[in-house]
Write a protein that binds this ligand. Structure first.
Ligand SMILES: Nc1ncnc2c1ncn2[C@@H]1O[C@H](COP(=O)(O)OP(=O)(O)OP(=O)(O)O)[C@@H](O)[C@H]1O
Ligand SMILES: [Mg+2]
Length: 307
């Protein structure tokens, strides 16, 4: 990002803003379904002269699509997205501003505005991912952001930063961590939106989109997919998109390994004639046995992690 877009001067201090995340800047599959959730979040963010936007909290199992929903909404609402990844070591000042040694000769330190403060300043969306992993002490600074004050005090900068009217806030947590959130945050984060597993039809469409190169065989593979899923103890419509994408992605790579020459080609490869790791025809040629191997791998990984 160009320096002039990120750099500010606040009372002679050189201040850098965080970089936004541009959804879709990396290869990304088509977004499927989730109309109910899109509606709830968008409605919560509507505000006017007499009402402030709400700050929804998304709760769901890993891989159900919490991040993806927010990427979609950032695009649809035409706002820049600033993501702050929650973890145990975040301090309250990390939520506002940090410092680093400067690269430029005329200042000793640079101040770096957090993704939260950058979004407040620019009128973007701040998304705190895994908010349940941040210690309650550190979250105290969020209180004034989430109520009618809409400002944050940075001790390091010695400044109070008020939110631009366009600023919107949202956070997500895995179901297992939701009870770790303190009351002073949960009471300000409304509505609470549970992101469940998508219905079977949406998982089917995610797979169809992923396997657009094999339109003819895909329905047969989808039937086999649900058969293997239920045989392994899953119930129909209770799989996270990430797991479905992983299962088909792994099957397609096993297939690509064979079509690139398989074990024979790998044995004959060396630095002079390296094995080709690029594959532009992925998801074509997947056969039932690839999907079976993929399930076997995923469930043996699961059993290992449970053991
Ligand atoms: N509605 C959807 N349409 C298409 N792809 C989706 C959809 N929802 C999720 N995905 C895909 O599933 C994968 C997992 O989604 P995502 O990372 O958003 O899940 P998450 O709930 O944030 O997971 P975690 O709790 O582990 O952070 C991503 O590859 C994402 O693009
Ligand atoms: Mg996530």
């Amino acid at each position: 990002m160009a320096e002039k877009e990120t750099r500010l001067t606040i009372r002679d201090k050189s201040v850098f803003q965080s970089e936004s995340y541009v959804p879709g800047s990396h290869q990304i599959n088509k977004f499927i379904g989730r109309e109910h959730e899109l509606r709830l979040i968008t409605a919560a963010w509507i505000s006017g002269n007499y009402s402030q936007p709400m700050s929804p909290l998304l709760i769901g199992e890993p891989g159900v699509g919490k991040n993806r929903l927010i990427y979609e909404l950032a695009q649809k609402t035409g706002r820049q997205l600033y993501i702050l990844q929650g973890h145990e070591d975040i301090t309250s000042e990390d939520l506002a501003c940090t410092v680093r040694f400067s690269d430029s000769g005329n200042s000793a330190m640079d101040y770096i505005l957090s993704p939260l403060v950058t979004a407040m300043n620019k009128g973007g969306i701040c998304f705190i991912d895994e908010i349940g992993k941040i210690r309650p002490r550190a979250l105290a600074l969020l209180v004034s952001v989430l109520d009618e004050r809409r400002y944050i005090d940075s001790t390091l900068l010695g400044e109070r930063i008020h939110a631009h009217p366009g600023f919107r806030f949202i956070a997500a947590t895995n179901t297992a961590d939701v009870n770790l959130l303190p009351e002073f945050i949960t009471s300000r984060m409304r509505p609470r939106i549970t992101i469940g597993f998508p219905p079977k039809e949406e998982i089917d469409d995610i797979i169809r989109d992923q396997c657009s190169g094999i339109k003819k065989e895909v329905d047969m593979l989808i039937d086999l997919f649900w058969l293997l899923w239920t045989e392994n103890g899953g119930s129909v419509g209770a799989i996270a998109p990430r797991d479905a994408i992983y299962l088909f992605g792994w099957a397609s790579r096993l297939c690509a390994f064979e079509s690139t020459g398989g074990m024979k080609a790998l044995k004959e490869s060396g630095s002079g004639n390296p094995f080709d790791l690029s594959n532009s025809n992925h998801f074509t040629g997947i056969r039932p046995e690839h999907l079976r191997q993929s399930f076997k791998k995923m469930f043996s990984e699961r059993n290992q992690s449970i053991a």
